[in-house]
Structure formats: structure tokens, C-alpha cells
Design a protein around this ligand. Structure first.
Ligand code: HMG
Ligand code: MG
Length: 302
């Protein structure tokens, strides 16, 4: 299959990136960060989570962040939502798009959302009814699609069944998450083969964490399989506090550099994306996890 000509990058750093930070980042920094990301031309920026502040204290300021950002025309600012309570508070501040999440792993569901997979699907069905009535767009996430920190291997067929279910429930797209970054290109290829038997590739996205350094190779394979939407996070920040051993997301700068090199259009400006990555790395006082950002920052090309 030919590579896609155009790819959409879904920037998840303000949510997936920051949720894993123990030290609270001030609301104003989060807002400035999202503004810098928007300047780079990204069309989707996941802004925050309307989850329980007891579970993710870092994103307890979700309302203030969402209300504080200037919304660029043509940019979507989805927020992660686990239940009706979160959806209601999101709607109260004018959220137009949410991301819901579940997993084929029973154990991970318990650890991450304190409920079974069946209960999580029931919560999603409830949210879908309200979202449909209120014309809220819903994106779906499936976690642990290439392995679970508690259950080990996850059957591709189980991923496929769940993806199909989320689309049937009304998600416009399902993002397949390698939450702990254990996938390899051949596993990714096989999983996508199985999932695309039932779900159109146009409705799928991939979401790789880079724990074992496989993310870019996995993304290349996903592109070869016709996937056109890639989740990533500037400077590679990210991780799920409820997934033991999970490290950062694949770095957006590295994904963009690869896509540019392949002649795939994204409408995202690399220099501006690098600036946003540097901003958050500087704030967190941590070296960037993006090789591309590190190379540019070291004036590699001068
Ligand atoms: P629970 O403790 O079972 O629920 O949590 P509860 O109903 O007993 O609520 C506990 C307290 O939280 C109550 O407050 C609720 O009101 C409150 P109290 O009465 O004790 O004062 N609460 C809320 N507050 C604000 N907003 C809400 C909300 N809901 C309840 N929406 C729950 C169940 C699902 C809420 C909890 O487990 C939770 O929030 N989990 C989210 C964990 C999380 O955010 N994980 C990371 C995101 S997923 C991820 O990173 C993977 C992904 O990136 C893809 C990949 O990489 O695979 C997406
Ligand atoms: Mg993630």
C-alpha cells in the first residue's frame, strides 16, 4: 500500500505529556504552551483531562486551562473525559470535542479507571448519548493494544473487537495506544492487519509511547498500512501514571521530521514545533527527549 500523502498529527502533550508530571505546572504555563503549539499549525491539540483530580492532580485546573486558551479557528482542542461528570463539566466550559478511553485489558481498566472493561463501555455509551444530543465530537482511545503492564500480551482480535465497538458507539476515530511502548514493527503490522479487517483505516490513529525506542519504526509501519493520523507529544513528554513502566510519547518533532523527509504533508512548521518543545523542556528543566529538537538546539546544522 502507498504511503498517505497527508497526515494529521494529534498533539497530546498538554494532556498525555503533563498528566505524568508530579510537580504541578502553573495554569498560565499550560496556556502559553498550548498557544505555542497552536502557532506551529497543528490542527488538533488535546488540551487537558476532565478526569478526577484525585487521580490526576496535575490536570485539576482543566476548566481554567480550557477557558484560558485562545481558540484558533481551524484548531480542535479535545479534552479527555472518563465519565458523565467529566463530560458535564467539559460542556459547562464550552468543550466541543472529547476523547473517551478504554482498553481490551481487564487489569489495566481496573488500574486506570477503577472499573471493568464492561463498565467502562457502559460509561462510554452513556457519554455518547449526551454527546450526540449536544453535538460533541467524540474520539476514542484504546490502551495497551500491543501489550499490558499487568496482563502481558493482548490479542489483536480483542483490539479489533473493541475498536469496532467504539466506532459503533459513535466515535469518529479510534486511536490505538501502545501505552507502555512494547510494540515492535512486526507486531504493529499484524495488529493493524487484524484491526483493519473490521474497521476502516481512515477511522484509525496510532499512539505510540517510546519506552523501548520502537515508536518511529512502528509509525513507519502504520503509514505503510495506510494510517493517516498520528498522536505525538513535543519533546517526547508523557506517560500514564497508572501504567507501570510507561515512558514518554513519541516526540512530535521526530515524527514531523520523518514525515517531511518522506514528502508527506502535515501543514505543521518544524521550527515552531521545536520552539514549543523547547519551551516545555525548559520549564520542566529536563533535556528534550526529541532527537530532532536536541540536534537543532545544539545548532547541529550550523
Ligand atoms: P473512582 O474513584 O472510582 O470514582 O474514579 P468515584 O466516582 O468514586 O469518584 C471519586 C472522586 O472523584 C469523587 O470525589 C468524584 O466526585 C470525583 P469525592 O466525592 O471523593 O470528593 N470525580 C471527578 N471529579 C472531576 N471530574 C471527574 C470526576 N469523576 C469522579 N470526571 C475515575 C473513577 C474514572 C473518575 C478515575 O479512575 C479517573 O479519573 N481515572 C482517570 C485516570 C487517568 O486519567 N489516566 C490517564 C489517562 S489514560 C492514558 O493516559 C492512556 C492514553 O494516553 C492512551 C494510551 O497511551 O494508551 C489515553
Ligand atoms: Mg498515552
Amino acid at each position: 500500500m502507498a504511503f498517505p500523502k497527508v497526515v494529521k498529527i494529534v498533539e497530546v502533550s498538554p494532556r498525555d505529556g503533563l498528566q505524568n508530571e508530579a510537580k504541578i505546572v502553573p495554569t498560565a504555563v499550560k496556556i502559553e504552551f498550548i498557544h505555542l503549539l497552536a502557532e506551529s499549525g497543528l490542527s488538533v491539540i488535546e488540551a487537558t483531562s476532565f478526569v478526577s483530580p484525585k487521580w490526576i492532580p496535575q490536570l485539576a485546573d482543566h476548566k481554567e486551562v480550557f477557558q484560558g486558551i485562545s481558540k484558533n479557528a481551524g484548531v480542535s482542542y479535545p479534552v479527555l473525559v472518563p465519565n458523565l461528570k467529566g463530560l458535564q463539566s467539559a460542556m459547562d466550559v464550552g468543550v466541543k470535542e472529547i476523547a473517551i478511553f478504554t482498553t481490551p485489558s481487564e487489569q489495566f481498566s481496573q488500574h486506570n479507571t477503577n472499573c471493568s472493561v464492561a463498565e467502562s463501555l457502559a460509561r462510554i455509551a452513556e457519554m455518547m448519548t449526551v454527546a450526540r444530543q449536544s453535538q460533541i465530537r467524540v474520539r476514542g482511545y484504546l490502551s495497551c493494544v500491543l501489550g499490558c503492564p499487568y496482563e502481558g500480551d493482548i490479542a489483536p482480535q480483542a483490539v479489533s473487537d473493541m475498536a469496532e465497538k467504539l466506532i459503533q458507539l459513535g466515535c469518529y476515530e479510534v486511536s490505538l495506544g501502545d501505552t507502555i511502548g512494547v510494540g515492535t514493527p512486526s507486531k504493529t503490522h499484524h495488529m493493524l492487519d487484524v484491526v483493519t479487517e473490521k474497521t476502516a483505516r481512515e477511522k484509525l490513529a496510532v499512539h505510540f509511547h517510546d519506552t523501548y525506542g520502537q515508536a518511529l519504526a512502528n509509525i513507519y509501519v502504520a503509514l505503510e498500512s495506510g494510517i493517516q493520523v498520528i498522536d505525538s507529544s513535543v519533546s517526547g513528554i508523557g506517560g500514564c501514571p497508572y501504567a507501570k513502566g510507561a515512558s514518554g510519547n513519541v516526540a512530535s518533532e521526530d515524527v514531523l521530521y520523518m514525515l517531511n523527509g518522506m514528502g508527506i504533508q502535515t501543514n505543521v512548521d518544524l521550527a515552531k514545533l521545536i520552539k514549543a518543545g523547547q519551551f516545555i523542556s525548559n520549564y520542566l528543566q529536563r533535556p528534550t527527549q526529541s532527537k530532532v529538537n536536541a540536534a537543532y538546539s545544539a545548532d547541529f546544522f550550523e
